[in-house]
Design a protein around this ligand. Structure first.
Ligand code: AHR
Length: 345
């Protein structure tokens, strides 16, 4: 028979073993919890990663006009001041080859979206196929491209340039009168750009319906003030007194032409009517001063529409194939004076 002392020792030993075992167990549970927590943390981190900023690579044409500067500012202001976005910006200095390089860089950096303001319409197939193969959606900004495979871009945000050209011609005929013999010189935008091709086409659509109206000269002024002035000087030299109207594909060229006309000794807005597209503040001032006549607005403030399209794409929503901008036409000093205080560019 065991003594009371022996029984006591056995009880203490059993109790100690139970205590040691339960301590080990609770340690194990704690470390499992810790592991779970760290698993949760890493899950949260990866969720954060997937909901991190939308990275947009934007290839801009350059800074040839007041309009383009306003477009760049709109996109930078919208995307750089919103933590939902990260913007990678590249200025192509008017060269398509620089835009292609920039796009390849964006693809290598695996951006979420490419925004492209294409300098010209053709020559994009190869690089856009590379973007498509990398699963990066491309949004065209302000100018269109010509591609056989329309799936190479997701959406176009911008204006109807053909309509702008048609509106320019209609307002001109309204202003001058449909029975008045009118000689027009045209300052085209960048050769090969949709903004130039379509504004030329739209304007010609309407002008060619009227025998009294003739486009006697048409040449590129490259969308810049200095080139617009230079080309207008040449037009004046060869056709001086025959010119009734300047149709400029943008305001900067119109402003250059106004300078050339003044230096030639004629009154822009009176002796030679000025019709122009864009709607920057400088042309409003020229119209108020009586030096220009018709402004066909083209809206460069595309930042908010780009941001919305990018968010929709991230949420896998369908976006419109053509996200149109809203625009109007201003004729004469009174309309320009009324509108100028509210102009944003
Ligand atoms: O593509 C839009 C055109 O490009 C603007 O009318 C012009 O000013 C610009 O540079």
């Amino acid at each position: 028979m065991k003594s009371v002392k022996q029984v006591f020792v056995i009880l203490v030993t059993v109790l100690s073993l139970v205590l040691i075992l339960s301590a080990c167990n609770s340690e194990n549970t704690n470390s499992t919890n810790e592991n779970n927590e760290s698993d949760n943390n890493s899950e949260e981190a990866s969720n954060e990663d997937s909901s991190g900023p939308i990275v947009i690579g934007f290839s801009q044409i350059g800074a040839e006009s007041g309009w383009r500067t306003a477009e760049t500012e709109s996109i930078k202001d919208t995307l750089e001041n919103d933590p939902q976005f990260e913007l990678k910006f590249s200025d192509a200095q008017q060269k398509q080859e620089n835009q292609i390089k920039a796009l390849r860089n964006f693809i290598a950096q695996q951006v979420d979206i490419i925004a492209l303001a294409p300098v010209v319409e053709s020559g994009w197939e190869t690089v856009l196929t590379e973007a498509k193969d990398a699963d990066i959606p491309v949004i065209l900004l302000d100018r269109r491209i010509e591609v056989e495979d329309e799936s190479l871009y997701t959406s176009f945000i911008g204006s109807d340039f053909i309509l702008e050209g048609e509106n320019a011609a209609k307002e001109l005929i309204n202003l001058v009168g449909e029975d008045v013999e009118t000689n027009i010189v045209e300052l085209q935008g960048t050769v090969g750009a949709s903004a130039a091709n379509d504004r030329m086409e739209g304007f010609a659509n309407i002008i060619n319906e009227n025998d009294k109206y003739n486009i006697i000269k048409s040449q590129t002024g490259e969308f810049t003030r200095s080139k617009g002035k230079e080309v207008m000087e040449a037009f004046l030299k060869s056709d001086g007194e025959n010119i009734d109207v300047v149709y400029a594909h943008n305001d900067d060229m119109a402003l250059g032409a106004i300078q050339a006309i003044e230096e030639y000794g004629l009154n822009p807005g009176e002796d030679i009517k000025i019709v122009s597209v864009d709607g920057i503040s400088d042309i409003f001032e020229a119209v108020i001063a009586g030096k220009a006549n018709i402004i066909v607005e083209c809206n460069p403030l595309l930042g908010p529409q780009l941001a919305q399209a990018a968010k929709d794409l991230k949420e896998e929503k369908e976006i419109e194939r053509w996200i149109k901008t809203e625009e109007t036409v201003f004729v004469g000093a009174e309309a320009a004076e009324e509108a100028l205080p509210d102009r944003k560019y």
